[in-house]
Design a protein around this ligand. Structure first.
Ligand SMILES: [Zn+2]
Length: 222
């Protein structure tokens, strides 16, 4: 049996309404007890956590690990290492890679790279539309079979209402969440900041709030 004591950290766990300075004793990787000033047997590995937060692994629902195709920016190994360093134990990858994640083979590639190189859980999303082009639906059932956890066109928004209606219907059939970047392109056009006093003051083209609200309302209605 291996014992590890995380000593003197700020233990935060909202689920159990806990926020206190305490020790956490791990036995074979599982939490055995949490209390201030725990006594431990000889041979326990002690890790000084003073000034650090000890909490359940964080989850990031929107990461870009850029693999395949854009690994000059990031790859699964470097992105996952950065996640682990920041306390994130689970991440969800966006599908705007090159090629985009609109087919089972690309899902498989990422799963295999993650299994070989990532110290955290790496989940994959598929695109709503082929190539994130907003014109044809991706094979949503095949993506689900391959293991995607949601569909999304990442930073793009499906403008065609009928296409989005079909996407939501299929996603419902396959029990897949849809993550949408809500933006009506005809209203937002080339705005660069929130439309209001400061956009006028600075002479910068604004994004009206309606450009987001309309798509949120559409999606709820659909
Ligand atoms: Zn994104």
């Amino acid at each position: 049996m291996s014992l590890v004591l995380l000593q003197g950290g700020r233990v935060v766990d909202p689920t159990n309404n806990r926020d206190e300075i305490a020790d956490v004793l791990l036995s074979d990787g599982k939490i055995q007890s949490i209390a201030p000033d725990l006594m431990t047997p000889d041979g326990t590995e002690v890790i000084d956590c003073q000034g650090q937060v000890v909490c359940p692994g964080l989850i990031d629902l929107h990461v870009h690990f850029r693999e395949p195709g854009q690994t000059a920016k990031e790859d699964i190994a470097t992105g996952a290492a950065a996640a682990a360093t920041g306390g994130f134990t689970t991440v969800v990858c966006m599908p705007n890679t090159t090629p985009t994640i609109d087919n089972p083979a690309t899902v498989k590639l990422i799963q295999e790279r993650a299994a070989a190189a990532a110290p955290v859980n790496v989940y994959v999303t598929g695109t709503i539309t082929l190539g994130i082009a907003g014109e044809e639906l991706s094979p949503i059932g095949s993506l689900k079979d391959a293991g995607v956890v949601a569909i999304t066109d990442d930073g793009k928004c499906v403008q065609n209402n009928e296409l989005m209606r079909r996407a939501l219907e299929y996603a419902g059939m396959f029990d897949l969440p849809v993550m949408d970047h809500c933006q009506d392109y005809s209203i937002v056009t080339d705005g660069v900041m929130h439309e209001g006093y400061w956009s006028t003051n600075l002479g910068l083209k604004g994004w009206p709030a309606a450009g987001e609200d309309l798509i949120v309302a559409r999606n709820i209605e659909l």
